[in-house]
Design a protein around this ligand. Structure first.
Ligand code: NAX
Ligand code: K
Length: 496
C-alpha cells in the first residue's frame, strides 16, 4: 500500500522528527535519495549536463544538494535561480562541488534566453521550483521555466512533487512541470495519486527519510497488487453457490440491453455464486442468451416491487435501467431491504432527488458515479470542479449520503466517511468507452455478494477493472465486451 498525507500533517511530522535530529539531517537524506535516482536515470553521470530549476524554499535546497552530489561525480551542473531568495547552504555546496548558478529574473529577457539555452541543452532537468510550500498557480519566472522544461528533450525529475500541482488535491492551476519521474520524500502526497496532478508526476519514487513513526492516519492510500490479492475472496473447499454469494442485478431495459448483458458479465467474471437477473422481457432474453448460467426473471410492469428476486446477498441497480416510475418503485424497494446495494447510473440520477433513501439507510450502500453524476448528487457543484478536486468531492458526497462513494473517471477515488480515500492506480483512458461502467458495477456487485465491505469491494473492483483494460489488447483500444473477457487475465495477474 502507498500512503499519502496532507501538507499540514507532513509539516507536523517533519517538525517532530527534526527536533530529534541534527540540523539539516532531513534535507541531506532527501537530497541523497534524489541524487541516487538522478544518477540511475542518466546513462552516465560523468560529463552529463544537468540543469537545476531552483525556487526560494527548501525544495530548491534539495535540488541544490542533489546537484552538488552529481557535480562531485563529474556532471556539469547549472542551477537556474528563480526565486528572490535561495537556500544558501545548498548553493554553497553546489559551488564547492564545481557547479555553477545563474539568476533568472522574470523581467530580464537576456537572462531568460540564457536559461532557455541551458534547459534546451540539458540531459537531465531537476525541478526544485516549489514543493509542499507551493500555493496557487506558478508565478513568473517559475511558470516560464516549467514550460521550457516541458518543451526540452531532457528527462525531468521533480523534487517531492511536480511544481505547479497542488500537493493536497492534485489540482493544477496554470502551467506546471510535467515530470518523467517524481522523487517524493517521507510519504506520498495526495496530489501525486489523483488526476490531474498524477498525470504530471510520471513514475513516483519514494525516498524514506524516517518520517513514518511521526505520521498520523493518511489522507489517501493507493493499493498495490499484493493488497488486492489479500482482499479478494478465494473459493475454498467448503464453497457452494450460496456461500459464494447470490447477486441480484437490476440493470438494462429493452432499450438498453447491453447494460444488462455487460453488468451480468462483470458479475459472473467476479466469481459470484449465482446471478439473479431481473428486467424487461427482451433484455432478460438477451442475458440468458449470452449468459445461460444466469437465473433470469421478467419484471411485471404492474407490480415492479413484487417481481424482484428474494434470497439474495446483495444488489446492483441502475445501469441502463431508465428513470420511469417503475424504476423509482424498484429503487425504493431494494433500498428498503437490509442488504448491501450498489447504485450506478440511472439509479444515481433517481437518488439525487431522493437523498434520504440512502442517507437514512442502515445497510451498506455504494454509489458509483462519474463526475457528471456526482455533480447531480451535490447540488451547486459543477462537473469541472469535481474533475479538478476529485478527492475532496468524493469525500463530500460520502459524508453527505453517509455511504461509500466510488468516483469514476481519470483517477478513480473511493471515499467513505472517516476513512482515508482510496485512489486506484490502474486506471487508463482505455476505459473511457461505453459500457465499461456496467462491467465495473457487476464485478463489484459480485464482491459485495461474497461479503466484502463496500470500500474493499470497490477497491478491488477498480483495480482489477483498470488492469483488465490494460491487459485486454496490450494497450490497444478495447470495447466493454473485451473488458469482460479480460477480467480472468487480470485476476490471474493479481492472484499469481
Ligand atoms: N521540512 C523538511 O524537513 C524537509 C523538507 N524538504 C523539502 O522542502 C520542501 C518544502 O520546503 P518549503 O517549505 O521551503 O517550501 P517550498 O520550497 O516548497 O516552496 C516555498 C517557496 O516557494 C515560493 N512559492 C510558493 N508558491 C509559489 C508559486 N505558486 N510560484 C512561485 N513561487 C512560489 C514561496 O514564496 C517560498 O519561497 C519539500 O517539498 C521538500 O522538497 C525535504 O528537504 C525533506 C525535509
Ligand atoms: K518540485
Amino acid at each position: 500500500m502507498r500512503y499519502a498525507h496532507t501538507v499540514g500533517t507532513v509539516r507536523e511530522a517533519e517538525g517532530a522528527l527534526m527536533a530529534r535530529l541534527p540540523d539539516g539531517a532531513l534535507m541531506r537524506r532527501a537530497a541523497a535519495g534524489l541524487a541516487t535516482v538522478c544518477a540511475r536515470v542518466l546513462p552516465g553521470v560523468y560529463g552529463s549536463r544537468v540543469v537545476l530549476l531552483v525556487g526560494s524554499g527548501d525544495n530548491g535546497g534539495d535540488a541544490l544538494y542533489a546537484g552538488a552530489a552529481l557535480a562531485r561525480r563529474g556532471a556539469g551542473v547549472r542551477a537556474l535561480l528563480a526565486g528572490s531568495r535561495v537556500h544558501e547552504g545548498g548553493l554553497a555546496a553546489l559551488r564547492a562541488a564545481g557547479g555553477r548558478a545563474q539568476e533568472v529574473s522574470g523581467a530580464d529577457a537576456a537572462a531568460a534566453d540564457a536559461a532557455g539555452a541551458e534547459i534546451a541543452a540539458a540531459d537531465l532537468i531537476i525541478d526544485g521550483l516549489v514543493g509542499i510550500g507551493g500555493t496557487g498557480g506558478l508565478r513568473e519566472p517559475h511558470a516560464a521555466l516549467a514550460d521550457r522544461a516541458g518543451a526540452a528533450g531532457a528527462t525531468v525529475v521533480a523534487v517531492d512533487l511536480p511544481s505547479g500541482i497542488d500537493a493536497d488535491t492534485g489540482a493544477v492551476d496554470g502551467p506546471a512541470v510535467r515530470a518523467d519521474i517524481t522523487v517524493t520524500f517521507g510519504t506520498h502526497k495526495p496530489g501525486l495519486f489523483a488526476a490531474p496532478g498524477a498525470e504530471r508526476a510520471g513514475v513516483v519514487e519514494f525516498v524514506d527519510i524516517g518520517l513514518a513513526p511521526e505520521l498520523p492516519e493518511p489522507r489517501a492510500q493507493s493499493p498495490q497488487a499484493d493488497d488486492i490479492a489479500a482482499l479478494l475472496p478465494r473459493p475454498g473447499a467448503e464453497s457452494d453457490k450460496y456461500r459464494r454469494g447470490v447477486l441480484a442485478v437490476a440493470s438494462g431495459s429493452d432499450r438498453y440491453r447491453g447494460a444488462a448483458v455487460l453488468c451480468v458479465g462483470g458479475a459472473l467474471r467476479g466469481g459470484v455464486g449465482m446471478v439473479r437477473y431481473v428486467g424487461q422481457e427482451v433484455a432478460a432474453a438477451e442475458v440468458l442468451n449470452r449468459w445461460p448460467e444466469a437465473v433470469v426473471s421478467v419484471l411485471d410492469p404492474t407490480d415492479p416491487a413484487g417481481s424482484l428476486p428474494r434470497r439474495v446477498a446483495a444488489w446492483v441497480v441502475g445501469p441502463g435501467r431508465g428513470l420511469h416510475p417503475a424504476a423509482v418503485v424498484e429503487l425504493e424497494t431494494v433500498l428498503g431491504a437490509d442488504l448491501p446495494v450498489l447504485l450506478d447510473a440511472d439509479a444515481i440520477t433517481l437518488l439525487a432527488k431522493r437523498p434520504h433513501l440512502v442517507s437514512e439507510r442502515a445497510a451498506p450502500t455504494l454509489l458509483t458515479p462519474h463526475a457528471g453524476e456526482l455533480a447531480r448528487l451535490l447540488p451547486g457543484t459543477e462537473r469541472a470542479d469535481i474533475e479538478a478536486r476529485r478527492l475532496d468531492h468524493a469525500a463530500r458526497a460520502a459524508d453527505a449520503y453517509g455511504c461509500t462513494v466510488l468516483l469514476k473517471g481519470s483517477t478513480t477515488v473511493i471515499a467513505e466517511p472517516g476513512r482515508p480515500a482510496v485512489v486506484n492506480p490502474t486506471g487508463t483512458p482505455l476505459l473511457a468507452t461505453a459500457g465499461t461502467g456496467d462491467v465495473l458495477a457487476g464485478f463489484i456487485g459480485a464482491l459485495l455478494a461474497a461479503g466484502l465491505p463496500p470500500r474493499d469491494a470497490a477497491t478491488c473492483g477498480a483495480y482489477v477493472h483498470g488492469l483488465a483494460a490494460r491487459l485486454a489488447h496490450g494497450g490497444a483500444a478495447i470495447s466493454a465486451s473485451d473488458l469482460v473477457d479480460a477480467v480472468p487475465a487480470a485476476l490471474r495477474a493479481v492472484l499469481g
